[in-house]
Design a protein around this ligand. Structure first.
Ligand code: IMP
Ligand code: MG
Length: 177
């Protein structure tokens, strides 16, 4: 019997790993070696962990901080409002910041995060996301580095959750409930 009959694999673990190393090379080309990574929790923790180690191999030496933002609640539809659950600890003044998130959908989360970093004095702010769903944007924002563009399905795994489950899946899958 299938352990996860309700999940359809969209992107295998191996393909994710290959793409993360490519992203690290793109980032190394376009950004300074001295950057501050701001990872948006909770969804981006797996991607961030892989990305920073891939960055090591291309000569980028990031500092890493975390911020927990919330717009989703427990469902599969964005509520539209973004709030800070836990803020960063580091001073962002004058820092070149790479904001890392799991997925760009409406763009509300990343617009909020980018504006906040701007307000705090960060410079050369860029955005890296593992996934992007096109045609869902409510804000005019694009990521500078995108792992995969995926169909408009609710996805889980590689850090992404459904009601805080499935983050541990090493692949990215669509929920077929
Ligand atoms: P946005 O603010 O609408 O762009 O949504 C971004 C946030 O919503 C991401 O950081 C995710 O946490 C969450 N999200 C959006 N789509 C999905 C999905 O398909 N699966 C799991 N979480 C998602
Ligand atoms: Mg999230």
């Amino acid at each position: 019997m299938d352990i996860l009959p309700q999940i359809e694999v969209l992107i295998e673990a191996e393909a994710i790993s290959t793409r993360v190393h490519e992203l690290a090379q793109e980032i190394a080309k376009q950004m300074n070696e001295d950057i501050m990574i701001v990872a948006l929790l909770r969804g981006s923790f797996v991607f961030t962990a892989d990305l920073i180690r891939a960055l090591h191999f291309v000569g980028v030496r990031p500092q890493v901080d975390f911020m927990t933002l919330s717009s989703y609640g427990n469902g599969t539809e964005s509520s539209g409002e973004v709030s800070i659950i836990r803020d960063v600890s580091e001073d962002m003044t004058g820092r070149r910041v790479l904001i890392v998130d799991d997925i760009l959908e409406s763009g509300r989360t990343l617009t909020f995060a980018k504006n906040l970093m701007l307000k705090r004095g960060a410079v050369d702010i860029k955005i890296a996301v593992m996934l992007e769903k096109p045609n869902k944007r409510k804000e005019e924002i694009e990521a500078d580095f995108v792992g995969f563009t995926i169909p408009d399905k609710f996805v889980v795994g590689y850090g992404l959750d459904y009601a805080n489950y499935y983050r541990e899946l090493p692949f990215i899958g669509a929920v077929t409930l």
